[in-house]
Design a protein around this ligand. Structure first.
Ligand SMILES: Nc1ncnc2c1ncn2[C@@H]1O[C@H](COP(=O)(O)OP(=O)(O)OP(=O)(O)O)[C@@H](O)[C@H]1O
Ligand SMILES: [Mg+2]
Length: 254
C-alpha cells in the first residue's frame, strides 16, 4: 500500500452521479468517489452492479443525468473521452484496447500521438517504455494481437505511460489472466501509485485488488454500499467484502 504519502486533494472527484444507457433505466443511482494521488482506490461489487458504468461516466463515454465530475477546480462533467488525455486521465477498459493488427511498436507510438511533432521526446519515451517492459521490446515487430493477455495489458500500461497521466481508471486488469502475470500487473499498478498516480481500480478479483488497495468502495446495484480505508476494515476484510457482495443480510460496518 502507498498510504505513507497521503496528499490531501483528490485528482478526480465525482459527486452524486446518476447515469444509465437507456431512457428511464437508471444504472447509477447517485455515486460519489474521490481518486487521490499515491492511492489505489478499489471499486468492488458483483456482476452487473455498475462498476464499469461508473468508469465510463468518469471518462466521458456516458454523460451523467445528474451529478458532477471535477479535477481540482475544473469541472469535467460532460467532457468527451478524447479530451481526457489533456486532463491527465487515462482509462484502461475491461477488454484489452490494443490494436491487434498493428505491431507492438506502432501501438506504443499511437500512445504518443499527442506528442507526435516532438520526435526526439517520443523516441526517448518509447525507449524508456521498452526498458521497463523488455518482453515488449523482444516482440516489438509482432502484431499486438499475437501477444498473451498479460502482455497486451503490459502494452496498454506502457502506452499510457507515454503521456505521463495523473489519474488511471482501470477496469478488471487481470480478468482471464494467469495468476503469476496477474500478480505482476498488481505490482505494476501499485508502483504507479507509489510514483504519485491516482488510481481507481474496478475489480472482481477481491483478493488481488485488496492486496494493493488503500481505500475500498463496495458497490451494490448501482449505489455505494459502504466505503472506507482498507486498513480500517481490519484483517478480515476479504471475508467481509465477500459477505457484503454476495449476501443480503451481511452486517454493514458502523
Ligand atoms: N451498453 C449498454 N447498454 C445498455 N445497458 C448496459 C450497457 N452496458 C451495461 N449495461 C447494463 O448496465 C448494468 C451495469 O453494467 P456494468 O457493465 O456497469 O456492470 P459491472 O459492475 O461492470 O459488471 P461486471 O462485473 O460483470 O463487469 C447492467 O445491468 C448491464 O446490463
Ligand atoms: Mg464491468
Amino acid at each position: 500500500m502507498a498510504a505513507a504519502h497521503q496528499s490531501g486533494a483528490p485528482s478526480l472527484s465525482a459527486r452524486d452521479l446518476v447515469a444509465g444507457y437507456l431512457p428511464g433505466i437508471e444504472i447509477l443511482h447517485g455515486v460519489s468517489v474521490d481518486v487521490l494521488p499515491y492511492e489505489v482506490r478499489a471499486v468492488l461489487g458483483p456482476n452487473g452492479t455498475g462498476k464499469s458504468t461508473l468508469l465510463k461516466v468518469l471518462y466521458g463515454f456516458l454523460k451523467p443525468g445528474a451529478g458532477e465530475i471535477k479535477s481540482g477546480s475544473r469541472v469535467l462533467t460532460g467532457a468527451a473521452p478524447h479530451e481526457m488525455g489533456g486532463y491527465g486521465i487515462v482509462y484502461l477498459p475491461q477488454r484489452p484496447s490494443v490494436f491487434p493488427f498493428l505491431s507492438v511498436e506502432v501501438n506504443l507510438r499511437l500512445g504518443a500521438w499527442r506528442l507526435r511533432s516532438r520526435h526526439g521526446l517520443v523516441r526517448e519515451k518509447i525507449e524508456r517504455a521498452f526498458a521497463q517492459f523488455p518482453a515488449l521490446y523482444e516482440k516489438r515487430h509482432q502484431s499486438a494481437g499475437t501477444l498473451s493477455g498479460g502482455q497486451q495489458r503490459q502494452l496498454e500500461f506502457a502506452r499510457s505511460l507515454l503521456l505521463d497521466p495523473n489519474v488511471y481508471l482501470i477496469d478488471e486488469p487481470t480478468a482471464s489472466i494467469e495468476p503469476r502475470i496477474a500478480t505482476q500487473i498488481y505490482e505494476l499498478i501499485q508502483g504507479l501509485a507509489q510514483q504519485g498516480k491516482a488510481i481507481l481500480l474496478v475489480d472482481q478479483n477481491i483478493k488481488g485488488a485488496l492486496g494493493i488497495a488503500d481505500y475500498v468502495y463496495v458497490m451494490r446495484t448501482g449505489s455505494l454500499y459502504t466505503e472506507g480505508k482498507r486498513a480500517e476494515f481490519g484483517e478480515d476484510v476479504e471475508l467481509l467484502v465477500s459477505q457484503w457482495l454476495y449476501t443480503h443480510h451481511a452486517p454493514k460496518p458502523s
